[in-house]
Design a protein around this ligand. Structure first.
Ligand SMILES: C[S@@+](CC[C@H](N)C(=O)[O-])C[C@H]1O[C@@H](n2cnc3c(N)ncnc32)[C@H](O)[C@@H]1O
Length: 210
């Protein structure tokens, strides 16, 4: 676990209400759109990597997904999400505090049908961190499973919460995932924050069966 990163994120989540975070979405429409393109059953595993306090989890629970895993380096973020969901709905989710760059628990998972990452990969600047992310993803996502990744686009912000980010387009993400994955869909999305707009790239990949 990268303890300074954990502390960084815990401080951010402790300092602000969830709806004050600059990435807060009342309804995570772009992610919902891409999820709807995934041909999966509702009892298959959907893993939200770096879920934070995202309303994507609310969407999954409210829409009958039965195998939801929320992972984040920040226990404070996940606690806020649990609190918003309430005990009953929170008990339907598997909660994992882990660091995707030094995973301990995530790498034991298997048969993930959807890997969802909104605004997490772009914080990984080191090649080792990126390699670990990819190795873990490949270990846990099943053949024919889906990968939704959204990141700040090439026109997007260069920093978030004081941290540098790596900007992506769909070709860079396709190159990152490699030949095991087909790019099914992508689009640019302008996310509006009170202080202005923030361009993201959204991508949907499917792991090949072969
Ligand atoms: C910009 S926020 C996005 C949160 C959420 N995906 C959303 O869309 O609301 C980035 C999230 O990634 C988490 N995070 C950052 N580095 C991480 C790491 N190495 N492993 C796991 N989670 C991480 C942070 O705690 C934070 O919740």
């Amino acid at each position: 676990m990268n303890h300074s990163m954990k502390q960084h994120w815990n401080e951010i989540y402790a300092a602000l209400d969830v709806d004050e975070l600059t990435w807060y979405e009342e309804i995570p429409e772009p992610s919902i759109k891409l999820l709807s393109k995934c041909n999966i059953n509702k009892d298959e595993t959907v893993l939200d990597i770096g879920a934070g306090a995202s309303t994507f989890i609310d969407h999954l629970v409210n829409n009958g997904f039965k195998n939801i895993i929320a992972v984040d380096i920040s226990d404070v973020a996940l606690d806020k999400l649990k609190e918003r969901l309430g005990k009953e709905r929170a008990s339907l989710i598997r909660w994992i505090v882990d660091d995707i760059t030094q995973p301990v628990h995530i790498q034991d998972l298997r048969n993930v049908a959807v890997w969802h990452d909104r605004a997490v990969l772009h914080f990984l600047l080191g090649e080792d961190e990126q390699r670990t992310y990819l190795t873990t993803l490949k270990k846990v996502v099943r053949k024919g499973g889906y990968v939704i990744i959204s990141a700040f686009s090439l026109k997007g912000a260069k920093k978030c919460t004081g941290l540098d980010v790596k900007n992506y387009d769909q070709d860079m993400l396709a190159k990152f995932l490699g030949d095991d994955f087909n790019l099914l869909e992508y689009f640019d999305h302008k996310f509006y924050m009170p202080s202005g707009e923030r361009p993201y790239i959204y991508t949907l990949f499917q792991r090949k069966y072969g």
